[in-house]
Design a binder for this molecule. Structure first.
Ligand code: HEM
Length: 416
């Protein structure tokens, strides 16, 4: 271990991480998990939790696991049964492509690919700018508003609403469904959360059945960025998704791209407010927006954790593991690994070689990363262009969830 790399980093003590358990975290952790991640990486980078699952914090280990799909499985049919039971929540998460291995995963990923081609994204870019302009007018009118709820959350809902062809008047239903279903992935899931999440899956499925029927009778015309119609029919090879695959992967698209993107935009403004030198730098040179957005993804990764399971006995970082062992890949820690990112706790919007893992890597790497990047670039730059003065207007609270990094609320005051 290169201990000198930690000289300027705020790490928790070796004693503090002895009892670390992702299923039982204190409030302080949600506000700032990084001292704990640094201590884990420094003293116990391949750490065994009380449940027997392993928690990985080194960039190199996390990256290796992402790329070895023979040895590390994404299939959760056994593990989710313990927490989710035989509910529709279980049916949803175990049918989503992200929690499947090849060949099931490959088939669904191929079907979704046309939604994320450069051509499909170009069709959405104008729409992103249009939605951002309307939202900026709305918040400018208010002067004091909530960055997360009045701005950041509304953009991805509109975009995914467009992709699924959801009529405008129905879009307010989408966000509560997505939040409940994703909450169902937390390690400390309560019975109440599980039941709420399962109900959200049932309601969403029923809605999508109606939407598919409606779309078959009333096709959309023009290039609207809608992909549902393409997913319904057979593909070029004559194959098609089963009804369950179609419904659950449409639900997954919303879940995957909604809060993650909204959190990236909120985390981005938060980062620029906490580090005013970086805000000034971006205001002075807007061409930095591309690297600035990458730094936001690295510095406050909206997705902090992924999971895999060993398909055979093996080892990671010299530690022996057994077939069936469960792994937590800590993106939040990997993206602040001082072996890879110099001065990792200090944002640098011009950071070169920013090979962060915010979108995962390997065959499951985020399908929507180009869309998320485009949304974040446009939403962040337009926001700071519109408002010369941006100030916190109350307490912004972090969401008490370990898997997703973001806020519950973010009160702001902004003016030109
Ligand atoms: C800042 C925003 C986003 C972040 C940080 C993010 C992060 C991630 C991560 C880490 C994974 C890998 C999961 C794993 O390997 O287990 C993933 C997968 C995925 N994401 Fe995203 N995502 C974002 C936005 C989006 C958007 C906008 C969409 C689409 C509308 C999307 C669709 C997907 C899909 C379909 C997968 C599954 C890919 C597969 O299993 O092959 N994501 N995302």
């Amino acid at each position: 271990m290169n201990d000198y790399l930690y000289a300027d980093i705020d790490t928790a003590s070796q004693d503090e991480i002895k009892a670390f358990d992702i299923a039982s975290l204190g409030q302080g952790f949600y506000k700032n998990p990084y001292p704990v991640f640094h201590a884990l990486r420094r003293y116990s980078p391949v750490y065994r939790m009380p449940s027997g699952a392993w928690f990985l914090t080194r960039y190199a280990d996390v990256d290796t696991v992402y790329h070895d799909t023979e040895m590390f499985s994404s299939d959760k049919t056994v593990d989710f049964k313990k927490t989710m039971g035989r509910t529709s929540l279980y049916e949803h998460h175990t049918t989503s492509l992200v929690f499947n291995d090849p060949p099931k995963h490959t088939r669904v990923r191929k079907r979704l690919a046309p939604a994320f081609t450069p051509r499909a994204l170009r069709a959405l870019e104008g729409r992103v700018k249009e939605v951002v302009a309307v939202l900026l007018d709305e918040v400018a009118e208010k002067g004091s508003f909530d960055l997360l709820h009045d701005y950041a959350m509304k953009l991805p809902i509109e975009l995914i609403g467009d992709m699924l062809g959801v009529p405008i008047e129905d879009r307010s239903k989408l966000s509560p469904w997505a939040i409940a279903i994703l909450g169902g992935l937390e390690a400390d899931l309560t019975r109440y959360q599980r039941d709420e999440a399962a109900k959200a899956v049932d309601d969403f499925k029923e809605y999508l059945r109606w939407l598919i029927c409606h779309r078959q009778k009333t096709p959309l015309s023009g290039n609207t960025g809608e992909i549902l119609s393409k997913l319904i029919g057979p593909d070029a090879d004559g194959g098609s998704l089963s009804e369950e695959e179609l419904l659950h992967n449409c639900i997954f698209l919303l879940n995957a791209g909604h809060e993650t993107t909204a959190n990236a935009v909120t985390n981005g403004i938060d980062m620029l407010l906490r580090y005013p030198d970086q805000m000034l730098r971006l205001r002075a040179d807007q061409s930095l927006i591309t690297s600035a957005v990458e730094e936001v993804f690295r510095f406050e990764s909206s997705v902090q954790l992924n999971n895999r399971k060993l398909t055979t006995d093996g080892e990671i970082g010299g530690i022996a593991m057994k077939k069936g062992d469960y792994l937590w890949l800590c993106i939040g820690a990997a993206n602040r690994d001082p072996e890879v990112f110099p001065n990792p706790d200090r944002p640098d919007i011009g950071r070169a070689e920013n090979r962060h893992l915010a979108f995962g890597s390997g065959i499951h790497a985020c399908s929507g990363m180009s869309l998320a990047r485009m949304e974040a670039r446009i939403a962040l730059l337009a926001f700071i262009e519109r408002f010369g003065t941006i100030e916190r207007n109350g307490v912004a609270r972090h969401h008490p969830r370990a898997r997703f990094r973001g806020f519950v609320n973010y009160p702001l005051r902004a003016s030109q």
